[in-house]
Design a protein around this ligand. Structure first.
Ligand code: GCB
Length: 615
């Protein structure tokens, strides 16, 4: 166990001592400014493919039974030689947390099911009335969390943070924190059973112990007042018994400060006049120190201010038309293998994006760890964030919709103070149909209600014209509800050979900025052949060479995020000697080496980045 000075994130705080699974209920923003203790490290694990530690022999959950004794969450030890206990965390193997289990143990490479994790920790309160929480950056896909044998709650969704209050349950020493993580895929899940990425299981992001005063700032938002560039609006929410406390905000470098008493619900709102505010942009990613406090509670963040809007076929950043020089990224570190989770991983991935001369990244296809958006803020990279509503979702299932809405609202709550984030994307390549459009429309509405200051979009699809093979049509009815007309297209790979790209002409129904959220081709790094040989670097480079000028001819073309920065693992890609379980559409191979197409895209972006007069 080690103390970390900073940790980025929000807490979603669940009910204490819930006897039935509950969802996290309260948001606690920005744990990085607080005194946090890392619970990262080696946790004991029990691999439990039959869920023996969860269900009794009548297949009833132990945690809902009056006789929970067989549940592994009890963390029981044989009292004496006669005692019958068939598990033992103390002598079980360990796995690193954070970390997916698949890339840590060869036996777990393809494993889908339950793994029980356990760690032990002590609690040293700095004041008797302080409160304690356990925070999880993410657990894929379902997590049942127990402290000292009592259930804290269940969290569903593999890419969002959650937390539980443990003030009443935690002991001074030797607390047993047990989590059953299950990564089974579900037809009604978000995502569903079918994805082109690896179903990494485990406690994949930081686990922290967080201490707060009895009443604390559970959430806050600081941004430009919509419609202005010289007024900052902020709000803060208090959690605790003493809600009508004074809340203070200050931005020392801007010499701004204000304070007010929160209302009876613990809510405080501010408006600060900020003439000559330096605006954040990729060229000048200026971040401002922001301090919020209430009593003993103090939060510190670094926040940038900028505007973004879609107007006709233009994307406007701080009122100026921009072209988004983007790349799509999966949350994987191809060099180490497995899920990316750390600041160093974010530096590797965003560093490569910068080398390409990108000023935009699409974090596909689910919320990535928050280091990505934090670092993007610092580096001046704009960001598209996304929830895993991917391909075929159970469109008519109310629980599935609630699940997707929850993931969206958790993501927005976490990253609403990040200037880099300019797009909330609600879906990828979903099939056109009434139920699906209704489902997606309600996600768009949700995103706009929670945050009306960013663009809302989705990666849609292109359809062909039955009478003209070269005619591509974008008229998905859902396009009416998004701010961008964004779609994936694979001419030259899934649709004909590269020469077809030169012949395409387009009909796009919407008068909106046209954004190409994917195009690309597979290439095994180091495999060289002629440009018609599938999976050669030359083929991939040829697709890029032809696609970019073709896209430039589309009116309103406002940017793209080609698929993809790095090769990533996918069980759908078995071709021996070429794929071997990797989707090889990366511009960088899984050995970290660049492919020919990397330079093709970089050259295009270098040209795009030149001032108009120099082109
Ligand atoms: C797509 C999907 C992406 C896949 C990619 C591919 O359209 O959005 O998740 O990985 O195509 O490589 O086929």
């Amino acid at each position: 166990m080690q103390t970390v000075k900073k940790c980025f994130g929000i807490l979603l705080v669940g009910a204490v001592l819930a006897s039935v699974p509950t969802r996290a209920e309260v948001v606690l923003a920005d744990v990085f400014a607080r005194q946090v203790t890392s619970l990262n490290g080696k946790w004991r694990v029990i691999v439990d493919p039959y869920d023996t530690g969860y269900y009794d022999y009548r297949h009833q959950p132990y945690d809902a039974s009056p006789y929970p004794g067989g549940g592994f969450f009890i963390d029981r030890h044989a009292k004496d030689k006669t005692d019958q206990v068939e598990y033992n965390f103390d002598t079980s193997p360990t796995l690193n947390v954070p970390g997916d289990w698949n890339s840590q143990d060869e036996k777990l490479f393809y494993y889908e099911g339950s793994v029980w994790y356990r760690t032990k920790f002590d609690v040293k309160k700095s004041a008797p009335d302080h409160r304690q929480f356990v925070y999880f950056g993410a657990a894929n896909y379902e997590a049942d969390v127990y402290l000292n044998g009592k259930k804290l709650g269940r969290h569903i969704g593999g890419f969002t943070a959650f937390a539980y209050e443990i003030t009443a349950l935690a002991k001074a020493t030797n607390n047993s924190l047990v989590v059953r993580v299950n990564n089974n895929r579900h037809v009604d899940g978000v995502p569903t059973v079918n994805t082109d990425w690896w179903n990494y299981g485990g406690l994949t992001r930081d686990v922290l112990l967080v201490e707060t005063p009895a009443t604390f700032i559970s959430n806050f938002r600081v941004r430009l007042k919509p419609g202005t560039t010289n007024t900052i609006e902020a709000n803060a929410q208090l959690d605790g018994a003493d809600k009508e406390k004074t809340v203070k905000i200050s931005l020392p470098t801007l010499k701004l400060a204000a304070e007010m008493k929160a209302d009876a619900n613990g809510f405080a709102q501010f408006e600060l006049s900020a003439p000559n505010l330096p605006l954040w942009s990729p060229e000048s990613p200026s971040l401002n120190d922001v301090e919020l406090s209430s009593g003993e509670d103090q939060l510190k963040d670094r926040i940038g201010f900028r505007t973004v809007a879609a107007s006709g076929q233009n994307i406007l950043l701080n009122g100026h038309k921009v072209f988004l020089r983007g790349i799509a990224i999966h949350e994987e570190n191809p060099l180490r293998g497995g899920r990316a989770w750390s600041e160093a991983d974010a530096q590797l991935l965003l560093g490569w994006a910068k080398e390409l001369n990108c000023d935009f990244v699409r974090l596909a296809h689910y919320p990535h760890n928050e280091h990505m958006a934090r670092l993007a803020d610092e580096m001046g990279i704009l960001v598209w964030e996304e929830i895993p509503v991917y391909w075929t979702i159970d469109w008519t299932n109310a629980d599935t919709l609630a699940n997707a809405q929850m993931q969206l609202s958790d993501l927005i709550a976490r990253d609403q103070n990040r200037a880099s984030v300019i797009v909330w994307s609600v879906a990828n390549e979903t099939p056109v149909g009434e139920a699906r459009t209704k489902f997606l429309k309600s996600l768009v509405d949700e995103a706009r209600t929670l945050d009306g200051t960013r663009l809302v979009s989705a990666a849609m699809e292109v359809r062909g014209d039955p009478n003209d093979a070269n005619h591509k049509i974008v008229d998905d009815p859902f396009g009416e509800f998004t701010d961008l007309c964004s779609f994936n297209e694979y001419a030259g790979w899934y649709d004909g050979l590269p020469e077809k790209i030169d012949r395409l002409h387009w009909s796009i129904k919407y008068n909106k900025p046209v954004f190409i959220s994917e195009f690309g081709a597979g290439a095994r790094q180091g495999f060289h052949a002629d440009a018609l040989t599938r999976f050669s670097e030359e083929y991939q480079a040829d697709v890029y060479r032809r696609t970019l000028p073709m896209l430039e001819k589309i009116p309103g073309f406002s940017g793209c995020t080609p698929w993809i920065l790095c090769d990533f693992r996918s069980p759908k890609r078995p071709l021996p000697g070429i794929q071997d379980g990797w989707n090889v559409k990366g511009l960088i191979g899984h050995n970290g080496e660049k492919k020919l197409a990397f330079d093709v895209l970089k050259h295009f972006y270098d040209e795009q980045a030149k001032p108009a007069a120099a082109k």
